[in-house]
Design a protein around this ligand. Structure first.
Ligand code: 5AD
Ligand code: SF4
Length: 470
């Protein structure tokens, strides 16, 4: 405990030292207030990390822009979960070559899950000489140091060291939204699903202390946030390794007990850690969304075993049925991988069986993508990409029919909806407590408030009418 505190204090004082020094030198380098652009790829964890990175950049004296052609500092916060995201990132980093030629003192940086891999770090070092800084997932707090050093003549910086296993609390944050906010509760993953790169690039599971999470949640509620999304690669194993007597269900109850009219969401849950206690907690906590994002990945027990998922389809369906019994109006979403190495069409049909039994609200579906260094990448994979594509389309069509049927069954019903966004055409949209999204007429003054909406029709989305306001 003693050590941790002194380490945190040391880090924060070094961090603020670099921030002060950057603020001092920026006016002599740029004739204008410098602009920074943060490009984010991948999951909500990255979006949340980028909010902390933007917080640091603002403290350093940058303004944030969405337009990288105007920026003096461009950062790519990358994702390594599937291959095509990587290709996109390299394409966009390539665009920086020309921009850098046109602008004095422009810096380009790469971070996130791709950057954490040695093979990518080496590739950037060798083939992308206009990248100034590359750093790993555990080094965000060192960004001011990297920028300061690079702006004052240091050679290019490559730092993917990951010896620091502590969570750095107290970084500034610049949130993207005002109503819906991300709140990370744990980092990393210990599960080692055989297809997944995350444990290698994000490291072992580390949970934040509940007092730090509660303090951040309270601040968000004070700042007017109406939806708090608790984030983690495996949220329901929250608490492992902490000294306090806590688990995810207890944390949910603590946040649920905070005063205010707000909603709590969470993702992602792993079926093997989804306990009856958690389902009971979701049922009993009025602020917790009646929706479970519970990725099952495959309906075939053989494939699940080879994925190292540590549950079978029977156990998964038992969980779903328990949740259906206990949580009124519960909805489900899931992640599915099609075409895992060695998967046959018969295995794939088992996946369709689970999809048809659960009746998901929607699905996040992916074709398997081999990731360097994972066990699955060296498993025999005889099925062609074209064949996998056919299975994938079959799955999409299958789910589309289920969604259509379920959405049509909602027509005529009314729900309490949190108005959370407005489209360019001026249409409001929001979600029910079960995460069902509805679009309706209304004006921007309703954003952040709760209204009762009756569902009128389902086109390719649910459309409704406000019948009362709170
Ligand atoms: N190939 C395809 N999909 C993957 N996912 C994770 N790794 C891979 C991979 N190698 C999917 C899983 C996970 C989601 C975030 O991404 O379905 O739940
Ligand atoms: Fe990857 Fe599995 Fe961990 Fe999810 S639980 S991040 S799929 S290793």
């Amino acid at each position: 405990m003693q050590n941790l505190n002194s380490l945190q204090i040391e880090l924060m004082s070094s961090l603020s030292g670099y921030i002060i020094r950057i603020r001092e030198i920026l006016p002599s380098i740029y004739p204008h207030k410098p602009l920074a652009c943060v490009n984010t790829y991948g999951c909500q964890q990255n979006v949340s990390d980028s909010e902390r990175i933007k917080g640091l950049l603002c403290e350093m004296g940058y303004d944030i822009t969405e337009d990288d052609t105007k920026a003096d500092f461009v950062l790519f916060n990358t994702c390594a979960v599937r291959g095509h995201a990587e290709e996109r990132v390299f394409g966009n980093i390539g665009r920086m070559k020309q921009l850098k030629k046109e602008k004095n003192n422009m810096l380009v940086a790469v971070c996130g899950c791709m950057a954490q891999q040695q093979i990518i770090c080496d590739k950037v070092k060798k083939s992308y000489p206009y990248v100034d800084i590359l750093f790993g997932t555990k080094n965000i707090h060192k960004l001011p140091e990297y920028i300061y050093k690079r702006l004052t003549g240091s050679p290019r910086i490559f730092d993917i060291s990951d010896e620091l296993s502590d969570i750095i609390e107290g970084l500034p944050i610049r949130r993207d939204g005002k109503l819906k906010g991300w709140l990370p509760i744990m980092y990393g993953c210990d599960n080692f699903c055989t297809y997944c790169i995350v444990p290698y690039v994000r490291g072992r599971e580390r949970s934040r202390k509940s007092e730090d999470i509660i303090a951040e949640a309270k601040q968000m509620i004070k700042d007017g946030f109406k939806e708090i999304m608790l984030l983690g690669q495996n949220v329901n194993s929250y608490g492992k390794g902490l000294e306090e007597d806590i688990n995810f269900s207890k944390l949910l109850r603590k946040i649920n007990a905070l005063e205010g009219d707000f909603r709590i969401r969470f993702m992602t849950s792993h079926p093997k850690d989804c306990t009856k206690e958690l389902i009971d907690t979701v049922a009993e906590c009025e602020k917790v969304e009646k929706h479970l994002h519970l990725p099952f990945q495959s309906g075939s027990d053989n494939i699940l075993h080879r994925m190292n998922r540590r549950y079978d389809s029977k156990a998964y369906l038992e969980l779903i049925n328990y949740a259906k019994e206990r949580i009124e109006g519960v909805t489900f979403t899931s992640d599915i991988i099609v075409g895992f190495p060695g998967e046959t069409y018969d295995d794939f049909k088992e996946t369709l069986k689970v999809v048809s039994e659960v009746e998901f609200l929607s699905l996040f579906t992916f074709i398997y993508s081999a990731r360097h260094g994972t066990p699955a990448a060296s498993m025999p994979d005889p099925v062609s990409r074209e064949e996998k594509g056919k299975w994938f389309s079959e799955l999409l069509k299958f789910q589309e029919e289920i969604s259509k049927r379920n959405y049509n069954a909602l027509v005529g019903q009314s729900f309490r909806v949190l108005c959370d966004s407005i489209s360019a055409e001026g249409k409001l949209s929001g979600k029910t407590l079960s995460a069902i999204e509805i679009e309706f007429e209304g004006d921007a003054s309703l954003l952040g408030s709760f209204v009762e909406v009756r569902i009128d029709k389902f086109t390719n989305k649910l459309e409704g009418t406000i019948i009362s306001k709170e």
